[in-house]
Ligand binder design. Structure first.
Ligand SMILES: Nc1ncnc2c1ncn2[C@@H]1O[C@H](COP(=O)(O)OP(=O)(O)OP(=O)(O)O)[C@@H](O)[C@H]1O
Ligand SMILES: [Mg+2]
Length: 330
C-alpha cells in the first residue's frame, strides 16, 4: 500500500506524499476495503479534491483492492514546521536559492525601456514554450504596479501558505507568482521603493519553486527600482531586452540594456517584438499587413516553418493574452 501511495505526488510541492509525511494512516479491512487518512498542509487546500482522486486511483490499482475511502485531516503546526524544514532546510531566514553558488537555474529578466512593447506577452509565451519542451519553469511577475502575468497565463489559483513558505499556483505547466494574487480584486499597489524590494525578495526567497531549469522575471518598463533590486538579489540573472521596430523604442531599449554595464549582468538577447519576418526573397511579411501583402501564410501553416523564432505583430497574441490561454500555437 505504501508503495502505491509513494506514486502519488502533492500537486503543489511535486514530491511523493509519503515523503512529505502526508499519509496519516492506512487501514486494510475485509473484502478488499481500504481506508486511507491523509494530512493536508493547510485546511483550505485548494487541491484537496485532486489529492483525494489521486490517492483513490493509486490504491484502487493495487491487486485485491475493491473499495477505497479517503479521509482528509490537516497538519499540526509542528508537522508544518517539519515539512518546511524538510523542503527548505533549517535556515530561519529564507534564502534566495537562485543566488547561491552552484545554482543550476538560468534566470532571465525580461526588460525594456518603453512600456507596452510586449515584455509580459513574451515572458508568458517563452515560459509556456519552455515548459512544453519539458523544462521546469517559473515566472515572477516583477511588475508590481502593473502586474498582468496571471491573466495572460490563465493562472487563476491562489498561492498556498505553509508557515513562511508560499506554494505558487501553476498554469500551462508553469509556476507563477504575482502581487495580484495577494491583492483583493483590482486594487492598485501603492508602495514606495523599499517595499517593492521586499516584495521581490519574498517572491524569490519564500516561494517554494522546487528545482527550476529556468526562472523568468517580467520586469516593469524602465531602469528603476525593480531592475536595481533584481541585480542586487540575483547578480547572475541575465537580461532579455524587448523592443519594437520603432526608432524611439530601440533607443530606450538600448538604455535598458546598458544598465547591464553598471550591474555587470549579461544581456542574453534582444527581441524585436511586433516586427515583421524577413522572407528568403528579401520581402517582409507581417500579420498586420494588408491581405495582399501576406505572402507567407501558406508556409506559416506548415509546422516546419520557423515561426517560433519570430515575434511578428499577431492578432492571436493579443486575443490569447486577454483570454489567458497564451499564444500556444506559436
Ligand atoms: N507580437 C504581438 N502581436 C500583437 N500584439 C502584441 C504582440 N506582443 C504584445 N502584444 C499586445 O500588446 C499589448 C502590450 O503587451 P504587453 O502587456 O505584453 O507589454 P509590456 O511590455 O509588458 O507592457 P508594460 O510595459 O505595460 O508592462 C498587449 O495588448 C499584448 O497583447
Ligand atoms: Mg508588462
Amino acid at each position: 500500500m505504501r508503495a502505491a501511495l509513494s506514486g502519488v505526488q502533492d500537486p503543489e510541492i511535486h514530491k511523493p506524499i509519503t515523503d512529505l509525511g502526508m499519509v496519516k494512516d492506512v487501514t486494510i479491512g475485509e473484502n478488499g476495503t481500504v481506508h486511507v487518512e491523509i494530512f493536508l498542509t493547510v485546511s483550505g487546500c485548494p487541491l484537496r479534491d485532486k489529492i483525494t482522486r489521486d490517492v483513490t486511483a493509486a490504491v484502487s490499482a493495487v491487486d485485491g483492492v475493491r473499495h477505497v475511502t479517503v479521509d482528509l485531516d490537516v497538519m499540526s503546526d509542528q508537522q508544518r514546521t517539519d515539512l518546511r524544514r524538510k523542503l527548505r532546510g533549517d535556515a530561519e531566514e529564507p534564502r534566495i536559492p537562485f543566488a547561491e553558488p552552484g545554482s543550476l537555474t538560468r534566470v532571465y529578466c525580461v526588460a525594456s525601456g518603453k512600456g507596452g512593447v510586449g515584455k509580459s506577452s513574451l515572458t508568458v509565451n517563452l515560459a509556456v514554450a519552455m515548459a512544453a519542451r519539458g523544462l521546469s519553469v517559473g515566472v515572477v511577475d516583477a511588475d508590481i504596479y502593473g502586474h498582468s502575468v496571471p491573466r495572460m497565463l490563465g493562472a487563476h489559483g491562489k498561492p498556498t501558505r505553509v508557515e513562511k513558505m508560499i506554494l505558487p499556483p501553476e498554469a500551462h505547466g508553469v509556476k507563477v507568482i504575482s502581487i495580484g494574487m495577494f491583492t483583493p480584486g483590482n486594487t492598485p499597489v501603492v508602495w514606495r521603493g523599499p517595499m517593492l524590494h521586499r516584495a521581490l525578495q519574498q517572491f524569490l526567497a519564500e516561494v517554494f519553486w522546487g528545482d527550476l531549469d529556468v526562472l523568468l522575471l517580467d520586469l516593469p518598463p524602465g531602469t528603476g527600482d525593480i531592475a536595481i533590486s533584481v541585480a542586487q538579489l540575483i547578480p547572475n540573472a541575465e537580461i532579455l531586452v524587448v523592443t519594437t521596430p520603432q526608432q524611439a523604442a530601440a533607443e530606450v531599449a538600448e538604455r535598458a540594456g546598458a544598465i547591464s554595464l553598471q550591474t555587470r549582468q549579461r544581456v542574453a538577447g534582444v527581441i524585436e517584438n511586433m516586427s515583421w519576418l524577413e522572407l528568403p526573397d528579401g520581402s517582409r511579411w507581417s500579420r498586420s499587413a494588408p491581405a495582399a501583402a501576406r505572402t507567407w501564410p501558406s508556409r506559416c501553416r506548415r509546422r516546419s516553418a520557423p515561426r517560433c523564432h519570430c515575434s511578428v505583430r499577431c492578432r492571436s497574441t493579443r486575443a490569447c493574452a486577454s483570454r489567458g490561454t497564451t499564444a500556444r500555437r506559436w
